[in-house]
Design a protein around this ligand. Structure first.
Ligand code: GUN
Length: 282
Protein backbone atom coordinates (compact mmCIF):
# COMPACT_ATOMS: atom_id res chain seq x y z
CA UNK A 1 0.00 0.00 0.00
CA UNK A 2 1.47 3.39 -0.91
CA UNK A 3 2.48 5.65 1.95
CA UNK A 4 0.29 8.28 3.49
CA UNK A 5 1.59 11.67 2.35
CA UNK A 6 2.39 13.93 5.29
CA UNK A 7 1.50 17.32 3.85
CA UNK A 8 3.65 19.97 5.47
CA UNK A 9 1.82 22.45 3.30
CA UNK A 10 -1.52 21.55 4.89
CA UNK A 11 -0.20 21.26 8.45
CA UNK A 12 1.65 24.56 8.08
CA UNK A 13 -1.54 26.20 6.80
CA UNK A 14 -3.43 24.88 9.87
CA UNK A 15 -0.79 26.22 12.24
CA UNK A 16 -0.67 29.57 10.46
CA UNK A 17 -4.40 29.95 11.00
CA UNK A 18 -3.86 29.33 14.72
CA UNK A 19 -1.00 31.85 14.73
CA UNK A 20 -3.11 34.39 12.90
CA UNK A 21 -5.72 34.18 15.67
CA UNK A 22 -3.01 34.49 18.25
CA UNK A 23 -1.57 37.61 16.59
CA UNK A 24 -4.97 39.22 16.42
CA UNK A 25 -5.50 38.54 20.16
CA UNK A 26 -2.09 40.04 20.96
CA UNK A 27 -2.84 43.10 18.86
CA UNK A 28 -5.90 43.74 21.03
CA UNK A 29 -3.45 44.04 23.93
CA UNK A 30 -1.18 46.37 21.97
CA UNK A 31 1.40 43.69 21.36
CA UNK A 32 2.62 43.71 17.77
CA UNK A 33 4.99 40.83 17.06
CA UNK A 34 7.68 42.02 14.69
CA UNK A 35 10.30 40.08 12.75
CA UNK A 36 13.33 41.66 11.08
CA UNK A 37 15.03 39.68 8.34
CA UNK A 38 18.48 40.78 7.18
CA UNK A 39 19.54 39.65 3.71
CA UNK A 40 23.09 40.22 2.48
CA UNK A 41 23.68 39.92 -1.27
CA UNK A 42 21.32 38.26 -3.69
CA UNK A 43 21.85 34.52 -3.55
CA UNK A 44 18.78 33.17 -5.42
CA UNK A 45 18.00 30.48 -2.82
CA UNK A 46 18.23 33.03 0.00
CA UNK A 47 16.03 35.46 -1.96
CA UNK A 48 13.42 32.76 -2.27
CA UNK A 49 13.55 31.75 1.41
CA UNK A 50 13.39 35.35 2.58
CA UNK A 51 10.44 36.08 0.32
CA UNK A 52 8.64 33.11 1.87
CA UNK A 53 9.31 34.40 5.38
CA UNK A 54 8.06 37.90 4.66
CA UNK A 55 4.97 36.51 2.89
CA UNK A 56 4.18 34.20 5.81
CA UNK A 57 4.46 37.09 8.27
CA UNK A 58 2.04 39.14 6.17
CA UNK A 59 -0.34 36.20 5.92
CA UNK A 60 -0.68 35.93 9.68
CA UNK A 61 -0.91 39.67 10.23
CA UNK A 62 2.51 40.02 11.78
CA UNK A 63 4.82 42.92 11.16
CA UNK A 64 7.97 42.12 9.22
CA UNK A 65 10.81 44.19 7.84
CA UNK A 66 13.39 43.14 5.27
CA UNK A 67 16.74 44.90 5.47
CA UNK A 68 18.97 44.34 2.47
CA UNK A 69 22.69 44.92 2.13
CA UNK A 70 25.07 44.53 -0.80
CA UNK A 71 27.45 41.60 -0.46
CA UNK A 72 30.29 44.08 0.03
CA UNK A 73 29.08 45.03 3.53
CA UNK A 74 31.76 44.69 6.22
CA UNK A 75 31.39 42.48 9.26
CA UNK A 76 31.55 45.54 11.54
CA UNK A 77 28.73 47.24 9.69
CA UNK A 78 26.53 44.16 9.92
CA UNK A 79 27.35 43.61 13.60
CA UNK A 80 26.52 47.22 14.32
CA UNK A 81 23.10 46.80 12.66
CA UNK A 82 22.46 43.66 14.71
CA UNK A 83 23.32 45.62 17.85
CA UNK A 84 20.84 48.34 16.93
CA UNK A 85 18.14 45.71 16.37
CA UNK A 86 18.98 44.09 19.71
CA UNK A 87 18.26 47.42 21.41
CA UNK A 88 15.11 48.20 19.43
CA UNK A 89 12.19 47.41 21.77
CA UNK A 90 9.75 47.09 18.88
CA UNK A 91 11.70 44.15 17.37
CA UNK A 92 10.98 40.66 18.73
CA UNK A 93 12.78 38.46 16.25
CA UNK A 94 16.03 38.96 14.32
CA UNK A 95 17.04 36.64 11.52
CA UNK A 96 20.18 37.11 9.45
CA UNK A 97 19.82 34.91 6.41
CA UNK A 98 22.71 32.50 5.85
CA UNK A 99 25.02 31.99 4.04
CA UNK A 100 26.93 35.24 4.42
CA UNK A 101 29.74 36.47 2.16
CA UNK A 102 33.21 35.24 3.07
CA UNK A 103 34.45 38.47 4.68
CA UNK A 104 31.86 37.95 7.44
CA UNK A 105 32.06 35.33 10.18
CA UNK A 106 28.64 33.67 10.39
CA UNK A 107 29.40 32.49 13.90
CA UNK A 108 30.20 36.02 15.09
CA UNK A 109 26.93 37.29 13.63
CA UNK A 110 24.91 34.45 15.17
CA UNK A 111 26.46 35.15 18.56
CA UNK A 112 25.82 38.89 18.23
CA UNK A 113 22.05 38.39 18.07
CA UNK A 114 20.49 38.79 21.53
CA UNK A 115 19.45 35.32 22.72
CA UNK A 116 15.96 36.61 23.58
CA UNK A 117 15.46 37.63 19.91
CA UNK A 118 17.15 34.58 18.40
CA UNK A 119 14.11 33.22 16.59
CA UNK A 120 16.37 31.06 14.40
CA UNK A 121 17.51 29.21 17.52
CA UNK A 122 21.13 29.26 16.29
CA UNK A 123 22.72 31.16 19.20
CA UNK A 124 24.91 28.92 21.42
CA UNK A 125 22.74 29.88 24.39
CA UNK A 126 19.60 28.70 22.57
CA UNK A 127 21.36 25.50 21.49
CA UNK A 128 22.65 24.84 25.00
CA UNK A 129 19.20 25.33 26.51
CA UNK A 130 17.70 23.01 23.91
CA UNK A 131 20.29 20.31 24.72
CA UNK A 132 19.37 20.43 28.40
CA UNK A 133 15.64 20.49 27.65
CA UNK A 134 15.12 24.05 28.95
CA UNK A 135 12.63 26.46 27.43
CA UNK A 136 14.20 28.24 24.46
CA UNK A 137 13.72 29.04 20.80
CA UNK A 138 14.05 25.75 18.95
CA UNK A 139 15.66 26.01 15.57
CA UNK A 140 12.90 26.09 13.03
CA UNK A 141 13.44 23.04 10.84
CA UNK A 142 13.75 20.55 13.73
CA UNK A 143 10.81 22.19 15.50
CA UNK A 144 8.80 21.90 12.28
CA UNK A 145 9.64 18.21 11.92
CA UNK A 146 8.49 17.54 15.50
CA UNK A 147 5.20 19.30 14.75
CA UNK A 148 4.76 17.26 11.56
CA UNK A 149 5.25 14.03 13.51
CA UNK A 150 2.98 15.15 16.34
CA UNK A 151 0.16 16.32 14.11
CA UNK A 152 0.39 13.14 12.02
CA UNK A 153 0.05 11.01 15.18
CA UNK A 154 3.44 9.37 14.75
CA UNK A 155 4.37 7.89 18.11
CA UNK A 156 8.03 8.15 19.05
CA UNK A 157 8.27 6.58 22.47
CA UNK A 158 10.58 3.56 22.31
CA UNK A 159 10.84 3.79 18.52
CA UNK A 160 14.12 3.68 16.66
CA UNK A 161 14.68 7.01 14.94
CA UNK A 162 17.59 7.19 12.52
CA UNK A 163 18.85 10.62 11.46
CA UNK A 164 21.04 10.82 8.37
CA UNK A 165 23.05 14.04 8.58
CA UNK A 166 24.76 15.80 11.47
CA UNK A 167 24.51 19.51 10.63
CA UNK A 168 24.17 22.05 13.42
CA UNK A 169 20.94 23.33 11.86
CA UNK A 170 19.10 20.03 11.39
CA UNK A 171 20.85 16.72 12.11
CA UNK A 172 22.14 17.40 15.61
CA UNK A 173 19.11 19.29 16.98
CA UNK A 174 16.48 16.92 15.54
CA UNK A 175 18.38 14.00 17.08
CA UNK A 176 18.12 15.60 20.51
CA UNK A 177 14.44 16.47 20.13
CA UNK A 178 13.67 12.89 19.11
CA UNK A 179 15.62 11.70 22.13
CA UNK A 180 13.62 14.03 24.38
CA UNK A 181 10.48 12.45 22.89
CA UNK A 182 11.75 9.06 24.15
CA UNK A 183 12.89 7.65 20.81
CA UNK A 184 16.07 5.60 20.57
CA UNK A 185 18.20 7.67 18.24
CA UNK A 186 21.02 6.79 15.87
CA UNK A 187 22.87 9.51 13.95
CA UNK A 188 24.47 8.57 10.63
CA UNK A 189 26.68 10.72 8.43
CA UNK A 190 29.00 10.70 5.42
CA UNK A 191 31.57 8.47 7.14
CA UNK A 192 29.04 5.89 8.36
CA UNK A 193 29.93 2.39 7.17
CA UNK A 194 27.08 0.41 5.58
CA UNK A 195 24.50 3.16 5.91
CA UNK A 196 21.64 1.04 4.58
CA UNK A 197 22.06 -1.60 7.30
CA UNK A 198 21.37 1.11 9.89
CA UNK A 199 18.69 3.11 8.11
CA UNK A 200 16.81 -0.14 7.46
CA UNK A 201 16.32 -0.47 11.23
CA UNK A 202 14.53 2.88 11.43
CA UNK A 203 10.90 3.15 12.47
CA UNK A 204 11.30 6.86 11.78
CA UNK A 205 13.90 7.93 9.24
CA UNK A 206 15.00 11.56 8.96
CA UNK A 207 16.97 12.34 5.79
CA UNK A 208 18.97 15.54 6.17
CA UNK A 209 22.08 15.04 4.10
CA UNK A 210 21.68 17.46 1.22
CA UNK A 211 22.30 14.87 -1.51
CA UNK A 212 19.62 14.47 -4.14
CA UNK A 213 17.60 11.25 -3.86
CA UNK A 214 20.34 9.30 -2.07
CA UNK A 215 17.89 7.45 0.21
CA UNK A 216 16.39 4.68 -1.89
CA UNK A 217 14.02 1.81 -1.11
CA UNK A 218 17.10 -0.22 -0.18
CA UNK A 219 17.61 2.09 2.82
CA UNK A 220 14.07 1.87 4.18
CA UNK A 221 12.24 -0.71 6.28
CA UNK A 222 8.71 -1.39 5.01
CA UNK A 223 6.25 0.59 7.13
CA UNK A 224 8.75 3.23 8.25
CA UNK A 225 7.85 6.91 8.55
CA UNK A 226 10.19 8.93 6.31
CA UNK A 227 10.84 12.65 6.73
CA UNK A 228 12.76 14.26 3.88
CA UNK A 229 14.54 17.47 4.82
CA UNK A 230 16.48 17.75 1.56
CA UNK A 231 16.11 20.73 -0.73
CA UNK A 232 18.25 19.98 -3.77
CA UNK A 233 18.00 22.07 -6.88
CA UNK A 234 18.70 19.80 -9.86
CA UNK A 235 18.15 20.02 -13.61
CA UNK A 236 14.96 18.03 -13.00
CA UNK A 237 13.77 20.68 -10.51
CA UNK A 238 13.56 20.64 -6.73
CA UNK A 239 14.10 17.19 -5.22
CA UNK A 240 14.61 15.87 -1.71
CA UNK A 241 17.21 13.52 -0.22
CA UNK A 242 14.77 10.64 -0.69
CA UNK A 243 13.86 8.88 -3.93
CA UNK A 244 10.20 9.62 -3.40
CA UNK A 245 8.65 7.41 -6.09
CA UNK A 246 10.14 4.17 -4.84
CA UNK A 247 10.29 4.90 -1.10
CA UNK A 248 6.63 5.99 -1.03
CA UNK A 249 5.76 2.46 -2.23
CA UNK A 250 7.07 0.87 0.98
CA UNK A 251 6.96 3.55 3.71
CA UNK A 252 3.84 3.96 5.85
CA UNK A 253 4.09 7.75 5.68
CA UNK A 254 6.39 10.19 3.89
CA UNK A 255 6.85 13.92 3.39
CA UNK A 256 7.01 15.23 -0.18
CA UNK A 257 9.49 17.78 -1.54
CA UNK A 258 8.36 20.46 -2.02
CA UNK A 259 5.41 20.79 0.35
CA UNK A 260 6.82 18.78 3.25
CA UNK A 261 9.28 20.14 5.77
CA UNK A 262 9.88 23.47 3.96
CA UNK A 263 6.58 25.22 4.81
CA UNK A 264 6.93 24.04 8.42
CA UNK A 265 10.31 25.72 8.85
CA UNK A 266 8.91 29.12 7.98
CA UNK A 267 5.85 28.54 10.14
CA UNK A 268 8.01 27.75 13.19
CA UNK A 269 9.87 31.01 12.62
CA UNK A 270 6.56 32.84 12.91
CA UNK A 271 5.67 30.87 16.04
CA UNK A 272 9.04 31.73 17.62
CA UNK A 273 8.58 35.43 16.87
CA UNK A 274 5.12 35.44 18.44
CA UNK A 275 6.49 33.59 21.46
CA UNK A 276 9.25 36.20 21.74
CA UNK A 277 6.70 39.02 21.68
CA UNK A 278 4.68 37.30 24.41
CA UNK A 279 7.75 36.80 26.59
CA UNK A 280 8.81 40.40 26.07
CA UNK A 281 5.36 41.63 27.11
CA UNK A 282 5.05 39.22 30.01
N1 GUN B 1 19.61 29.69 5.39
C1 GUN B 1 18.97 28.52 5.08
N2 GUN B 1 18.11 28.20 6.06
C2 GUN B 1 18.21 29.17 7.00
C3 GUN B 1 17.56 29.39 8.25
O1 GUN B 1 16.73 28.61 8.72
N3 GUN B 1 17.92 30.52 8.91
C4 GUN B 1 18.86 31.37 8.44
N4 GUN B 1 19.17 32.44 9.18
N5 GUN B 1 19.48 31.20 7.28
C5 GUN B 1 19.16 30.10 6.57
Amino acid sequence: MPAKIISGKQIAADIRLELKDEVSELRKNDIFPKLVVVLVGNNPASESYVKGKIRAAEEIGMESVLIRYADTISEDELLSKVNDLNKDESVHGILVQLPLPKQISEQRVIEAIAAEKDVDGFHPESVGRMVTGLETFLSCTPAGIMQLLKRSDVSLQGKHAVVVGRSNIVGKPISLLLLQADATVTICHSKTVDLASITKQADVLIAAVGRAEMITKDHVKPGAVVIDVGVNRTDAGLVGDVKFDEVSEIASAITPVPGGVGPMTITMLMANTIESAKRHAG
